[in-house]
Design a protein around this ligand. Structure first.
Ligand code: UDP
Length: 254
């Protein structure tokens, strides 16, 4: 692990050159996996995340089935090689917690009542981690769910905010996350309804509201990128060119 930097903000810029309210670059690739019903690969700064969605499919064991709705299952996993110090394979307290809160971030969004007795399985594999992996996973999961055709109230968009050198900053990278004064991951549906909010560290009430406001602007930017990715994949495939549309044939047939 790197040592704690003396300062996180120098001349108004952060250690990686970003402004306080700037996100790391985000790259999205839709449907990279052939076998999954929906998938998304997302890079966010130095984070590399794969999301795969299977379902709705019959849930086994059967006693876990719900007669009135689908059960959303979410597994967040960090690859052993995703960080400097090898991670022991298998679930850990941290990965179980992240899986739980991430699943809950989608609970108010997915129309589970349409698919009784089934499971919708979301798998998140963190291939490379650099802080913010739970929020990156949620953003990728949101797109993979849409890619699988799962009906949802909207996309869930997530980002972390925090406090370093006494200032509120958007989208913490690893040094800021590990040594900063506070870290607050947030997920929301477009429009601002919050579906995940966690906090590590301390903020005053004013700082909390400032951080929440900044998280909203971050989530709005993420949402725009998610929307673009979906439009590129699904929106522009068969553009209707006005000059190709002739009404004459229709009239003749009537
Ligand atoms: N991390 C690590 N080893 C671990 C867990 C986390 O090196 O066992 C690093 C990793 O880069 C991760 C960061 O610490 O992204 C912050 O972890 P946190 O638990 O805050 O979750 P995240 O910010 O990734 O959602």
């Amino acid at each position: 692990m790197n040592d704690k930097p003396e300062h996180f903000i120098i001349d108004g810029k952060r250690l990686d050159g970003r402004n306080l309210d700037e996100l790391r670059p985000i790259k999205i690739e839709m449907s990279p996996l052939d076998r999954a019903d929906g998938s998304c690969y997302l890079e966010w700064g130095n984070n590399k995340i794969m999301a795969a969605v299977y379902g709705p499919r019959e849930l086994h064991p059967r006693h876990r089935q719900n007669m009135t709705r689908s059960v959303v299952q979410y597994r967040y996993n960090m690859a052993s090689f995703s960080v400097d110090e090898r991670i022991r394979p298998g679930p850990s307290r941290r990965s179980v917690e992240i899986s739980k809160v991430s699943r809950e971030a989608f609970e108010p969004v997915v129309f589970t009542k349409f698919f009784p007795r089934t499971a919708i399985d979301v798998f998140i594999e963190v291939l490379q981690a650099d802080a913010g992996t739970r929020t990156a996973g949620i953003n990728a999961a949101s797109l993979a769910l849409a890619d699988a055709g799962i009906p949802m109230r909207g996309l869930v968009s997530a980002c972390a905010v925090g406090k370093v050198d006494g200032r509120i900053v958007l989208d913490l990278m690893k040094e800021e996350d590990n040594y900063g004064e506070a870290d607050m991951p947030v997920a929301m549906i477009a429009g601002g309804r919050i579906t995940l909010l966690q906090m590590d560290g301390r903020l005053t009430t004013e700082e909390f509201y400032e951080a929440l406001k900044l998280a909203k602007t971050g989530c709005d930017k993420v949402y725009e990128l998610q929307r673009q990715a979906l439009l590129e994949k699904y929106g522009g495939e068969h553009p209707v060119d006005a000059e190709d549309v002739s009404l004459e044939g229709d009239t003749d047939e009537q």
